[in-house]
Ligand binder design. Structure first.
Ligand code: WAQ
Ligand code: MG
Length: 272
């Protein structure tokens, strides 16, 4: 493997998305060297077939060679867990965190309600994220049935090992946390970024987070009840000077590799 990499340092973006009818089931985004593409395609296909949201009828795996000159290197945000006792406290804490990050309270509330009830005009959730004006709550996605997707991001091999060790020491080394931290880290570099709100659409995963420039990745163990299939993401942006096409192009196209990890801050309590 090392010999192959020494001869050929090419990196590829590999993306998976799975759906049933118009319903999103699962997705994944990785950047990897050529020699793992075959194994990873199989693993991502298997993952789509075993997803707790059900069996897909459509699975796409796409692979694309990246231009090394275009790859951006960056650091992961720090991570904090805010302990909350239930979903009501979790949502109140997430709302306060969004307001602290500069999102208008009304805009944050409207968006939380959309994630809780299904933001897709056709019913259910989106495969991408809402793009939301942080001041007004107005939705800015070109296709509100799809949302905007962030892709082409991953950890370096060394940073992945370091991050997993650090997360494991806090009981947090699971696929949801690992992938969400990397996704939030890329979104945080988007031009116009104010904050992100997320909770899973997987019925068996209740945690979510608010990420911002100031505070980094702040997670809440309960943002939705167990068994609830609704969830999603919202990327809040500052509208003044905002270039939507440039922001979306950044999210989808610019490859970002995180080769430095952040720290895990002491847990906080809400209410304090
Ligand atoms: N770009 C934009 N939106 C996405 C992407 C992406 N690459 N991937 C997922 N989404 C949206 C989409 O609407 C999904 O339905 C929704 O997010 C949820 O995705 O304990 O597991 O993969 O710290 O189910 C967060 C908390 C877990 C982790 C999030 O999200 C923790 C999670 P999921
Ligand atoms: Mg999911």
């Amino acid at each position: 493997m090392l010999a192959f990499r020494a001869m050929n340092g090419d990196l590829f973006s590999i993306r998976m998305r799975a759906s049933r009818g118009s319903e999103h089931i699962s997705g994944a985004e990785r950047i990897v060297p050529g020699e793992v593409l075959a194994t990873l395609s199989a693993a991502l296909t298997q993952r789509a077939l075993e997803h707790p949201r059900g069996i897909p009828d459509d699975i796409h795996v796409s692979i694309e060679l990246l231009n090394p000159a275009h790859i951006v290197h960056a650091r992961l945000p720090d991570l904090t867990t805010v302990r909350v006792s239930d979903v009501t406290a979790g949502r109140a804490a997430a709302l306060a965190e969004l307001v602290l990050a500069g999102v208008n309270e009304g805009a944050a509330k409207v968006t939380m309600r959309l994630l809780a009830t299904g933001a897709n005009p056709a019913g259910g959730g989106l495969r991408g994220a809402l793009l939301v004006d942080a001041a007004t709550g107005e939705r800015l996605e070109p296709d509100p049935g799809r949302g905007v997707r962030a892709s082409r991001m991953d950890l370096s091999v060394a940073a992945e090992a370091e991050m997993r060790g650090m997360l494991a020491a806090h009981g947090l080394d699971n696929e949801h946390v690992r992938e969400a931290l990397v996704l939030a880290a890329k979104v945080r570099l988007m031009p116009g970024y104010v904050a992100e709100l997320c909770w899973s659409d997987d019925p068996d995963y209740s945690a979510g987070y608010v990420c911002s420039l100031q505070r980094g990745y702040v997670r809440f163990p309960y943002l939705k009840p167990f068994g609830d299939p609704n969830g999603g993401r919202a990327f809040f942006v500052r509208r003044v000077g905002f270039d939507r096409e440039a922001a979306i192009a950044f999210l989808q196209r610019i490859p970002v590799i995180f080769d430095q990890i952040g720290i895990i801050c002491p847990d906080e309590e809400y209410p304090a």
